[in-house]
Design a protein. Sequence first.
Length: 203
Amino acid sequence: MAARNVVRTFKTFPRKFLPAKFDSTKTFIVTRAQRIGNYFYNIYNDYKVVAMETWQEMKVKPIKASAYITAIGTVGVLIKTNPSERDFKVNLMENANDLSLVGQPVRSPKSEKYIKFLLDNFKDRKLIYVNLGVCSLIYEDNYTQDVDLYFARCSKLKVRWLDFYKSIVDVGVIGYWLNMSKLMVDYDVNEDEWDENGLSKIK
Protein backbone atom coordinates (compact mmCIF):
# COMPACT_ATOMS: atom_id res chain seq x y z
CA MET A 1 0.00 0.00 0.00
CA ALA A 2 2.77 2.35 0.90
CA ALA A 3 4.59 1.51 -2.33
CA ARG A 4 1.49 2.35 -4.34
CA ASN A 5 1.26 5.73 -2.62
CA VAL A 6 4.90 6.45 -3.43
CA VAL A 7 4.39 5.56 -7.09
CA ARG A 8 1.22 7.64 -7.23
CA THR A 9 3.07 10.57 -5.68
CA PHE A 10 5.89 10.43 -8.27
CA LYS A 11 3.36 10.19 -11.10
CA THR A 12 1.50 13.24 -9.90
CA PHE A 13 4.68 15.21 -9.03
CA PRO A 14 5.27 16.61 -12.53
CA ARG A 15 1.63 17.59 -12.85
CA LYS A 16 1.81 19.54 -9.65
CA PHE A 17 4.95 21.45 -10.46
CA LEU A 18 4.95 21.85 -14.26
CA PRO A 19 2.08 24.36 -14.39
CA ALA A 20 3.79 26.46 -11.76
CA LYS A 21 6.99 26.34 -13.78
CA PHE A 22 5.20 27.33 -16.97
CA ASP A 23 3.33 30.07 -15.16
CA SER A 24 6.61 31.41 -13.81
CA THR A 25 8.15 31.48 -17.30
CA LYS A 26 5.07 33.14 -18.73
CA THR A 27 5.14 35.74 -15.99
CA PHE A 28 8.83 36.40 -16.69
CA ILE A 29 8.15 36.90 -20.42
CA VAL A 30 5.31 39.30 -19.73
CA THR A 31 7.39 41.19 -17.21
CA ARG A 32 10.26 41.57 -19.66
CA ALA A 33 7.89 42.77 -22.37
CA GLN A 34 6.42 45.24 -19.94
CA ARG A 35 9.86 46.51 -19.02
CA ILE A 36 10.73 47.05 -22.67
CA GLY A 37 7.44 48.81 -23.21
CA ASN A 38 7.95 50.98 -20.16
CA TYR A 39 11.47 51.85 -21.32
CA PHE A 40 10.28 53.14 -24.68
CA TYR A 41 7.30 54.84 -23.09
CA ASN A 42 9.60 56.70 -20.71
CA ILE A 43 11.76 57.83 -23.64
CA TYR A 44 8.67 59.01 -25.49
CA ASN A 45 7.38 60.78 -22.40
CA ASP A 46 10.74 62.52 -21.85
CA TYR A 47 10.81 63.81 -25.41
CA LYS A 48 7.20 64.88 -25.12
CA VAL A 49 7.91 66.87 -21.96
CA VAL A 50 10.98 68.49 -23.54
CA ALA A 51 8.99 69.38 -26.66
CA MET A 52 6.19 70.94 -24.61
CA GLU A 53 8.62 72.91 -22.46
CA THR A 54 10.49 74.06 -25.55
CA TRP A 55 7.25 75.18 -27.18
CA GLN A 56 6.26 77.14 -24.08
CA GLU A 57 9.73 78.71 -23.96
CA MET A 58 9.47 79.68 -27.62
CA LYS A 59 6.17 81.46 -27.00
CA VAL A 60 7.63 83.35 -24.05
CA LYS A 61 10.92 84.29 -25.80
CA PRO A 62 10.28 84.24 -29.57
CA ILE A 63 13.42 86.19 -30.50
CA LYS A 64 15.69 83.83 -28.60
CA ALA A 65 13.90 80.84 -30.11
CA SER A 66 14.26 82.27 -33.61
CA ALA A 67 17.98 82.77 -33.05
CA TYR A 68 18.40 79.16 -31.92
CA ILE A 69 16.38 77.80 -34.83
CA THR A 70 18.35 79.93 -37.29
CA ALA A 71 21.66 78.78 -35.82
CA ILE A 72 20.65 75.11 -35.89
CA GLY A 73 19.33 75.44 -39.44
CA THR A 74 22.51 77.19 -40.59
CA VAL A 75 24.72 74.49 -39.10
CA GLY A 76 22.55 71.82 -40.72
CA VAL A 77 22.84 73.46 -44.15
CA LEU A 78 26.62 73.84 -43.77
CA ILE A 79 27.01 70.17 -42.86
CA LYS A 80 24.72 69.05 -45.68
CA THR A 81 26.49 71.13 -48.35
CA ASN A 82 30.04 70.62 -47.08
CA PRO A 83 32.09 69.64 -50.18
CA SER A 84 33.97 66.35 -50.10
CA GLU A 85 37.44 65.46 -51.31
CA ARG A 86 35.89 63.98 -54.44
CA ASP A 87 34.13 67.30 -55.09
CA PHE A 88 37.48 69.07 -54.92
CA LYS A 89 39.07 66.69 -57.41
CA VAL A 90 36.15 66.96 -59.83
CA ASN A 91 36.13 70.76 -59.55
CA LEU A 92 39.88 70.92 -60.13
CA MET A 93 39.68 68.73 -63.24
CA GLU A 94 36.78 70.76 -64.64
CA ASN A 95 38.58 74.07 -64.10
CA ALA A 96 41.79 72.71 -65.62
CA ASN A 97 39.79 71.59 -68.66
CA ASP A 98 38.14 75.02 -68.96
CA LEU A 99 41.55 76.70 -68.89
CA SER A 100 42.91 74.38 -71.55
CA LEU A 101 40.12 75.47 -73.91
CA VAL A 102 41.20 79.12 -73.67
CA GLY A 103 44.07 80.40 -75.76
CA GLN A 104 47.28 81.33 -73.99
CA PRO A 105 47.17 85.04 -75.00
CA VAL A 106 43.80 85.63 -73.32
CA ARG A 107 44.19 83.19 -70.44
CA SER A 108 44.32 84.71 -66.95
CA PRO A 109 47.86 84.31 -65.52
CA LYS A 110 46.52 84.18 -61.95
CA SER A 111 44.03 81.43 -62.75
CA GLU A 112 46.62 79.46 -64.71
CA LYS A 113 49.22 79.75 -61.95
CA TYR A 114 46.82 78.64 -59.22
CA ILE A 115 45.40 75.69 -61.15
CA LYS A 116 48.90 74.58 -62.17
CA PHE A 117 49.98 74.78 -58.53
CA LEU A 118 47.06 72.59 -57.47
CA LEU A 119 47.62 70.09 -60.27
CA ASP A 120 51.32 69.73 -59.48
CA ASN A 121 50.67 69.17 -55.78
CA PHE A 122 47.77 66.85 -56.53
CA LYS A 123 49.99 64.78 -58.81
CA ASP A 124 52.66 64.62 -56.08
CA ARG A 125 50.03 63.68 -53.46
CA LYS A 126 50.86 66.68 -51.31
CA LEU A 127 47.32 68.03 -51.01
CA ILE A 128 45.58 66.94 -47.80
CA TYR A 129 41.81 67.09 -47.31
CA VAL A 130 40.42 67.86 -43.84
CA ASN A 131 36.70 67.61 -43.07
CA LEU A 132 35.65 70.00 -40.28
CA GLY A 133 31.95 69.17 -40.48
CA VAL A 134 30.64 72.61 -41.43
CA CYS A 135 33.49 73.26 -43.87
CA SER A 136 36.54 71.58 -45.39
CA LEU A 137 40.18 72.51 -45.83
CA ILE A 138 42.76 71.65 -48.46
CA TYR A 139 46.31 72.24 -47.30
CA GLU A 140 49.72 71.57 -48.77
CA ASP A 141 51.92 69.11 -46.91
CA ASN A 142 55.69 69.44 -46.93
CA TYR A 143 56.19 65.98 -48.39
CA THR A 144 54.27 63.59 -50.58
CA GLN A 145 52.13 60.97 -48.83
CA ASP A 146 54.26 58.17 -50.30
CA VAL A 147 57.43 59.28 -48.51
CA ASP A 148 58.17 57.19 -45.40
CA LEU A 149 61.41 58.84 -44.38
CA TYR A 150 61.84 59.99 -40.80
CA PHE A 151 61.83 63.72 -41.53
CA ALA A 152 58.57 63.29 -43.48
CA ARG A 153 56.76 61.34 -40.74
CA CYS A 154 58.15 62.81 -37.54
CA SER A 155 55.44 64.84 -35.79
CA LYS A 156 58.07 67.23 -34.40
CA LEU A 157 59.00 68.27 -37.93
CA LYS A 158 55.44 68.87 -39.09
CA VAL A 159 54.08 72.34 -39.73
CA ARG A 160 53.37 74.08 -36.44
CA TRP A 161 49.79 74.99 -35.61
CA LEU A 162 50.67 78.68 -35.51
CA ASP A 163 51.92 78.45 -39.10
CA PHE A 164 49.28 76.01 -40.32
CA TYR A 165 47.18 78.73 -41.94
CA LYS A 166 50.03 79.40 -44.37
CA SER A 167 49.66 75.88 -45.77
CA ILE A 168 45.93 76.20 -46.49
CA VAL A 169 45.36 76.49 -50.23
CA ASP A 170 41.55 76.36 -50.32
CA VAL A 171 38.46 76.33 -48.11
CA GLY A 172 35.29 74.47 -49.04
CA VAL A 173 31.89 75.66 -47.81
CA ILE A 174 28.29 75.47 -49.08
CA GLY A 175 29.37 73.36 -52.04
CA TYR A 176 32.06 75.79 -53.22
CA TRP A 177 35.83 75.99 -53.00
CA LEU A 178 36.37 79.65 -52.24
CA ASN A 179 39.85 80.30 -53.67
CA MET A 180 39.29 78.23 -56.77
CA SER A 181 35.90 79.82 -57.46
CA LYS A 182 37.32 83.32 -56.94
CA LEU A 183 40.33 82.84 -59.21
CA MET A 184 38.28 81.18 -61.96
CA VAL A 185 35.72 83.99 -62.31
CA ASP A 186 37.63 85.71 -65.16
CA TYR A 187 39.87 82.84 -66.21
CA ASP A 188 39.47 83.88 -69.87
CA VAL A 189 40.60 87.46 -69.24
CA ASN A 190 44.31 88.28 -69.39
CA GLU A 191 44.92 91.16 -67.00
CA ASP A 192 48.27 91.90 -68.66
CA GLU A 193 46.91 91.92 -72.20
CA TRP A 194 46.38 95.70 -72.36
CA ASP A 195 48.73 98.54 -71.56
CA GLU A 196 47.90 101.87 -69.91
CA ASN A 197 46.89 103.31 -73.29
CA GLY A 198 44.36 100.57 -73.95
CA LEU A 199 46.51 98.94 -76.61
CA SER A 200 47.01 95.22 -76.76
CA LYS A 201 50.45 93.95 -75.82
CA ILE A 202 49.91 90.88 -77.95
CA LYS A 203 51.48 91.24 -81.37
